[in-house]
Design a protein around this ligand. Structure first.
Ligand code: ADP
Ligand code: TRP
Length: 317
């Protein structure tokens, strides 16, 4: 038995990850893997809310698995699994659905944004936070490392846990979000939040050529003291004290500063990209990680799920 606290988090297989995903969330998974008992999954059921194409979802899922291993998650310590391999999560989400009201979920940002943009949200998107609560609570998570954009989802998770505990008795821990202030919202090359959907990203495993292209495309404003958008991204990969000296020394030389940033990003990305290429060669070994992780997660979760079934009256003893 371990007395380590429990960490749970996941990434949706919806496209290539960017350095915002990495610094905002994924890097914490790696840094905390020795201190916590970690359950890190691929949120394929959440991805279904937007990816409705078999080949694409399969490819994206394998990609996230490779990403996890390439950034340094060690499957000997961390349980790495696919959300859909643990069907108890959807079972629990249904139970939570029956405790959660429609007006309450209508206040969730993702649904509000979809509605504001004139889209007809599918039921999965509306219910997204409830499934996420099930992911987290079924594992008895103490902490959930995420970027700022997921904060509301953790608050909803805590509300659902409290409500369940009130009705059926103490069952779930209230998890804390782990959001690092300096990287809570990493900005993109246009200065707005870096996001797969805004086309303003620097991919985590980008080629040298793509890094150069993205960096040269960073929007700069010549009226300021320093190119803030270049500096903000640079601060992710280089010490701030060093950077301040560099930006003072190279004041006004925006092109050169961008070249230095591109070179620093290459130094940071290249080893991970190369590791990923190596891992990719042994698909069977990589898929085995998922199989083992799925079995372990399934077993851990079943015990808790069974006690929940009993509490709500679904299991007659
Ligand atoms: P995206 O928002 O790009 O579609 P995901 O939803 O897959 O990315 O997010 C994966 C993780 O990365 C989440 O914990 C999320 O909060 C975090 N994240 C996403 N974008 C950023 C950002 N720009 N800065 C910091 N963290 C981010
Ligand atoms: N909603 C998260 C995202 O968009 C992915 C996710 C699903 C998640 N379930 C989770 C993150 C549970 C942390 C814990 O990135």
């Amino acid at each position: 038995m371990t007395d380590k606290k429990i960490l749970v988090s996941g990434v949706k297989p919806t496209g290539r990850p960017h350095i915002g995903n990495y610094f905002g969330a994924m890097k914490q998974f790696v840094e905390l893997q020795d201190d916590y008992k970690c359950y890190i999954f691929i949120a394929d059921l959440h991805a279904l809310t937007t990816v409705q194409n078999q080949k694409e979802l399969e490819k994206n899922t394998l990609d996230v698995l490779l990403d996890y291993l390439a950034i340094g998650l060690d499957p000997k310590d961390v349980v790495i699994y696919k959300q859909s391999d643990v069907p108890q999560v959807t079972e629990l989400a249904w139970i939570f659905n029956c405790l959660t009201t429609v007006p309450y979920l209508e206040r969730a940002h993702a649904y509000k944004d979809a509605k504001a943009s004139g889209k007809e949200a599918n039921v999965g998107l509306f219910d997204y936070p409830v499934l996420m609560a099930a992911d987290i609570l079924i594992q008895d998570a103490d902490v959930v490392p995420v970027g700022q954009d997921q904060k509301q989802h953790i608050e909803i998770t805590r509300d659902i846990a409290e409500k369940f505990n009130r009705i059926f008795g103490e069952t779930f821990k209230l998890p804390e979000p782990l959001i690092l202030e300096s990287v809570a919202t990493v900005q993109g090359i246009d200065g707005k939040k870096m996001s797969k959907s805004y086309g303003n990203t620097i991919e985590l495993f980008a080629t040298d050529e793509d890094i150069e292209k993205a960096v040269m495309g960073i929007v700069t404003d010549s009226s300021g003291e320093k190119p803030e958008n270049v500096y903000a991204i640079h601060a992710l990969v280089r010490d701030k004290g060093e950077l301040d000296n560099l930006y003072t020394e190279k004041k006004g030389q925006y092109k050169e500063l961008k070249e230095i940033l591109a070179s620093d990003l290459k130094k940071f990305i290249t080893p991970m990209r190369e590791k990923r290429e190596l891992l990719k060669k042994d698909k069977k070994a990589v898929l085995d990680v998922l199989k083992t992780g799925g079995n372990v997660a399934h077993k851990c979760i079943e015990k808790k799920m069974d006690s929940i079934r009993k509490k709500v009256g679904l299991k007659i003893s």
